[in-house]
Design a protein around this ligand. Structure first.
Ligand code: G6P
Length: 369
């Protein structure tokens, strides 16, 4: 096992650090920026199904569901295709309206999650085209789907999912870009800019990982918190949910993720000097609005830990701690902003003496309903 951990103390930390490589492996051979091309057999062979779809329905559980939420923003924003994201367990039991004009995308790291598998079977019965985004090659979901794309993240052993999440987002971004181009929503030059920026992501993730020591210091300050709030807007709203989930899963601290603007409809009542609030406040995407949310937290004495774009000054003046990430396209920010939140949960769990790789009551893959 020590050998498998490759010199890291835990699988989770190893897998966090593998992300630059995992993202590269995900787009390697698919993204041909010099040729201005994305090659994905499962999409290429079924391109008409995607282009003629009334909507895309995404089903998943846990962290994969959060990747689905990011994908909703990506598909709608870039490719202008309506998307609905569903918990597989809710979808399958509520007599959903599905037709043969729907494309269902199932996202699953393990490819074995019982509820996701059942949702696929239901959608197939109703005539939908079913596409899988799995990590484990040859898994049940990858066999059950009509077509698919693997994430190629390599084995993920830590129960709390990390590299599966960022590689799922990478695959879904590739698909959305391809469809945006095919639909003519994207010009060749805009498409080309995106492909080039995607190629920059692994080195930008590498840069975010350099903040590990700073994140560890922040973790030491908040390790004894009993409640935490995570806020983000737009593309970073699902990142807030994922940040909160990571903390709950491995450190057993109660955490809630919320869209920043919804704070005033409830969670603001919780804020006092004991409440750490993690806010994703990158420059693009409603930045000013998030800054005003931060001011509201500050005036109620909440502790503010902000994930900001490199060089940010406005939030730095307001927040108790800032963690910087490099600038990128708004739709690609989740690939960067999620990294410090993974590290933060890791360090807090470790400092609290929790079993990071095998948290209590949780399983890597839930094959029962
Ligand atoms: C379990 C795991 C999570 C995972 C979820 C969905 O709850 O602990 O890390 O996100 O299942 O798993 P899947 O393999 O379908 O992505």
């Amino acid at each position: 096992e020590e050998i498998e951990k490759g010199g890291y103390d835990h699988f989770m930390l190893k897998e966090i650090y593998e992300q630059p490589r995992a993202i590269l492996d995900t787009y390697r051979g698919r993204l041909l920026a010099d040729k201005g091309l994305i090659k994905m057999a499962g999409v290429d062979e079924n391109i008409e199904k995607f282009l003629n779809a009334n909507r895309i329905i995404i089903v998943a559980c846990g962290t994969s569901w959060h990747a689905g939420l990011v994908a909703e923003y990506i598909f709608e924003d870039l490719a202008r295709i309506p998307v609905e994201v569903e918990y597989a367990s809710e979808f399958r039991y509520r007599n959903p309206v599905i037709t043969d004009k729907d494309v269902l995308i199932a996202i699953s790291q393990s490819g074995e999650t019982a509820d996701t598998l059942a949702a696929i079977k239901l959608a197939k019965e109703k005539g939908a085209f079913v596409f899988g985004v799995c990590n484990v090659v040859g898994s049940s979901i990858s066999r059950e789907t009509d077509a698919g794309a693997y994430t190629h993240a390599g084995p993920e052993i830590g129960v709390a999912s990390t590299k599966a999440f960022t590689t799922q987002i990478t695959v879904l971004t590739l698909i959305a870009l391809k469809l945006a181009k095919e639909k003519g929503v994207f010009s060749q030059s805009k498409y080309h800019e995106f492909l080039t920026e995607l190629e920059n992501i692994p080195s930008k993730v590498e840069k975010v990982l350099l903040s590990n020591a700073l994140v560890e210091q922040v973790a030491a300050v908040y390790k004894d918190a009993t409640n935490c709030l995570y806020l983000g807007r737009g593309y970073n709203f699902p990142v807030a949910l994922e940040g909160a989930l990571k903390l709950k899963e491995i450190s057993y601290i109660h955490a809630e993720g919320y869209p920043a603007a919804e704070m005033k409809h409830g969670p603001i009542a919780l804020i006092d000097e004991h409440m750490p609030v993690f806010v994703i406040a990158t420059k693009k995407g409603h930045y000013e609005k998030v800054v005003s949310n931060i001011q509201e937290i500050k005036s109620r004495k909440g502790k503010i830990i902000a994930i900001v774009t490199e060089g940010d000054e406005m939030v730095r003046d307001l927040a108790d701690h800032v963690i910087e990430v490099p600038e990128t396209f708004e739709s690609l920010t989740p690939l960067l902003t999620t990294i410090p939140l993974q590290l933060l949960s890791y360090h807090i769990a470790l400092m609290r003496g929790c079993n990071v790789d095998q948290p209590r009551n949780l399983a890597k893959s839930v094959t029962v309903e």
